[in-house]
Design a protein around this ligand. Sequence first.
Ligand SMILES: [Fe+2]
Length: 159
Amino acid sequence: MSTAPLFHLAFPVVDLEATEHWYVQGLGCRRGRRSAEALVLELGGHQLVAHLEPGGPQHQTGIYPRHFGLVFASAEELMALEQRAHARGLRLGGAPRLRFAGTALEHRSLFLIDPSGNWLEFKHYSNPEAITGLEDHHLVGEVRPDHSHSGEAQKSTGM
Ligand SMILES: [Fe+2]
């Protein structure tokens, strides 16, 4: 096991059985402990804990405000997951696409939606520095029309 710290995320689900099936058989996660209320999953070496939440996740119709997933080091890993998602019939959040093509932020992105309505993103950046660097850039994600009051979003549209 690597000595690097592992990321941990707890997230809400409405059905543990469906969650286990989707994440383990579907996505390929390793299953950890399970109780009547929660299920531990390993995603890319990190720890997810799905917690039963009667109300489920807030209804989210797009990629924002919340999603989680993995940034792959290679395009091949992302392509393999795309193929797996198609083969297992996992629900896509739109077609996989190349975002910000031709820019320093170029990345291929795949969104999936789990049985509880949680959005997951898997991606690969052409320029690894874009993952957590490029601090002088002012564009992060999609510009949201419903957030037009945001000065940063407005300024970033021309980039
Ligand atoms: Fe994202």
